[in-house]
Design a protein around this ligand. Structure first.
Ligand SMILES: Cc1cc2nc3c(=O)[nH]c(=O)nc-3n(C[C@H](O)[C@H](O)[C@H](O)COP(=O)(O)OP(=O)(O)OC[C@H]3O[C@@H](n4cnc5c(N)ncnc54)[C@H](O)[C@@H]3O)c2cc1C
Length: 389
C-alpha cells in the first residue's frame, strides 16, 4: 500500500489530522492498534477551546458540537469557603465549550467512515522505518498477516505510550518531565452538574474539581494519594470526601448518584523536543503531556494538528518545505506556554506534601490576588480560553 501521510493512532490527534488532510486533498491512512469501541470507551478530556471548535468546523465535524456542546463564559475558583467567578468572556471575548473527547472522537470517526477513508483498526506491531530517508514506511500485522505502507511522511499521533517517539534514537531527542506527588480520582455520574460552570477548589484536604459532560452528566475529581486504588473509593466515600472540600452552596446543590466510570489518573508534565525527526512528526500526547488542571491536553493535540496539516498542505500545494521545517519550533512555542499554564494551575490549587502552612498561605494570597486584580484574572482567562495559534 502507498499513501502520502501514514498516521499512527486514531485518537483525537490522528483522526483530526486525517480529516483536515482529506479536506486539503492529501491522501492518508490511519493505523490504530485498538478497536473503535475501545477508543470510544476511554473517558478523558471534555473542554474545548474556541480554536479547537474552529478546527472541528474546518474538518466538517463541528455541527453536533455546536448543537449539543455547552458554551461557558467563565469558571469559578473556590477557596476559604467562598466562590469567585472569573469572567473569561468579559476579559477575552472568548468562551470555551464542554463537549466530551468521546463525542469528538465519535464525530471524527463517523466523518472518516462517510468519506470512505482508510483506517486500519487492530493493527498490531506497528513500526515506523527509514524516516530519516526520503522513503519512510510503516510495517504492521493484521489478523496474523504482515503488511507494509510506503509513504511520504509519518505522523506519530499515538499518545504517550506509542511507538513513534520510542523509535527515535535517544541521542536525537530530549525530554523534560515533572511528576506530581498526587493523582486525580475521577467519577462520571448521570446526575445534573452542581453548577452551570466549572468549580476549581483549593482546600486544606486537597484539590477538587466539579465539571460536566452535559446538562445531565457530571464529572467530579478529588486529589488523592498516588498509591490509592479505586477499590478503596466506593461511591459513598467519594461523595463524602467531595462534600468536605466544596463550599456550602455547592454542597447543598450537589446531586449524587452511582458512578458510571471511576478512575485514578497520575499527574505529570512532559515534553519531548524536537517534534520532527526527518520525515516523521509527533503530534498530541505522543510529544507532550500536561496535568489536566488547565484542560489543555486535547486542545494541544488540536493545535499541533493545525500546524502540521498546514505544513503538509504547503508542501504539496506550494512545493514549500517552510511549514514542515518550522513545525517543531512553532508547535513547541505554544506547547510550552500551555505546559507552564497547566503547571501553574496545578501548583496553585493542589495540596503538596511539603508545602506546609507557609505554602498554603502563599496559595491563598495568589488566589485572592487573582480574583481581585483585573490584570491577573485576564492573564488566567486568556490562557484558559486558549492562546492564539
Ligand atoms: C486517563 C486520562 C485522563 C485524561 N483526562 C483529561 C482531562 O480531563 N482533560 C484534558 O484536557 N485532558 C485529559 N487527558 C488528556 C487528553 O485525553 C489527551 O491529551 C488526548 O487524548 C490526546 O490525544 P492524542 O490523539 O494525542 O492521544 P490519544 O488519545 O492517547 O490517542 C493515541 C492513539 O494511538 C493509539 N496507539 C498507541 N500506540 C499505538 C501503536 N503502537 N500502534 C497504533 N496505534 C497506537 C492509541 O490506542 C490511541 O487510540 C486525559 C488523558 C488520560 C490518559
Amino acid at each position: 500500500m502507498r499513501t502520502k501521510v501514514a498516521i499512527i493512532g486514531a485518537g483525537p490527534a490522528g483522526l483530526l489530522l486525517g480529516q483536515l488532510l482529506h479536506g486539503y486533498g492529501i491522501d492518508n491512512v490511519i493505523l490504530e492498534r485498538q478497536t473503535p469501541d475501545y477508543v470510544l470507551g476511554r473517558i478523558r478530556a471534555g473542554l474545548l477551546e474556541e480554536g479547537t471548535v474552529a478546527l472541528l468546523d474546518q474538518a466538517g465535524v463541528g455541527a453536533r458540537a455546536h448543537r449539543e456542546g455547552l458554551v461557558h463564559g467563565g469558571i469559578e475558583l473556590a477557596f476559604g469557603g467562598a466562590r469567585h467567578r472569573i469572567d473569561m468572556k468579559a476579559a477575552t471575548n472568548k468562551t470555551v465549550m464542554i463537549y466530551g473527547q468521546t463525542e469528538v472522537t465519535f464525530d471524527l470517526m463517523n466523518a472518516r467512515k462517510a468519506a470512505g477513508l482508510s483506517t486500519i483498526y487492530q493493527a498490531a506491531g506497528v513500526e515506523p522505518h527509514d524516516f530519516d530517508t526520503d522513503h519512510p514506511r510503516l510495517s504492521y500485522t493484521k489478523d496474523g498477516v504482515g503488511h507494509e505502507i510506503a509513504c511520504d511522511f509519518i505522523a506519530g499521533c499515538d499518545g504517550s505510550h506509542g511507538v513513534s517517539r520510542s523509535s527515535v534514537k535517544p541521542s536525537a531527542i530530549r525530554t523534560f518531565e515533572r511528576i506530581y506527588p498526587f493523582g486525580w480520582l475521577g467519577i462520571l455520574s448521570e446526575t445534573p452538574p452542581v453548577s452551570h460552570e466549572l468549580i476549581y477548589t483549593n482546600h486544606a484536604r486537597g484539590f477538587a474539581l466539579c465539571t460536566m459532560r452535559s446538562t445531565h452528566r457530571s464529572r467530579y475529581y478529588v486529589q488523592c494519594p498516588l498509591d490509592d486504588h479505586i477499590d478503596q473509593w466506593p461511591d459513598a466515600r467519594f461523595w463524602e470526601e467531595l462534600k468536605l472540600r466544596l463550599d456550602p452552596e455547592a454542597v447543598e446543590n450537589l446531586v449524587t448518584g452511582p458512578s458510571i466510570e471511576k478512575s485514578i489518573a497520575p499527574l505529570r508534565s512532559f515534553v519531548a523536543e524536537p517534534m520532527r525527526f526527518g520525515r516523521m512528526f509527533l503530534a498530541g500526547d505522543a510529544a507532550h503531556i500536561v496535568p489536566p488542571t488547565g484542560a489543555k491536553g486535547l486542545n494541544l493535540a488540536a493545535s499541533d494538528v493545525h500546524y502540521l496539516s498546514r505544513a503538509f498542505r504547503e508542501y504539496y500545494d506550494d512545493k514549500s518545505t517552510a511549514g514542515i521545517d518550522g513545525y517543531s519550533d512553532v508547535a513547541l512555542a505554544r506547547v510550552w506556554k500551555a505546559v507552564r499554564f497547566s503547571w501553574w494551575m496545578t501548583s496553585m490549587l493542589h495540596k503538596f506534601p511539603d508545602q506546609g502552612e507557609f505554602g498554603a498561605r502563599i496559595q491563598l494570597a495568589e488566589l485572592n490576588y487573582l480574583v481581585s486584580s483585573r490584570a491577573a484574572s485576564t492573564s488566567l482567562a486568556e490562557n484558559y480560553v486558549g492562546l492564539p495559534y
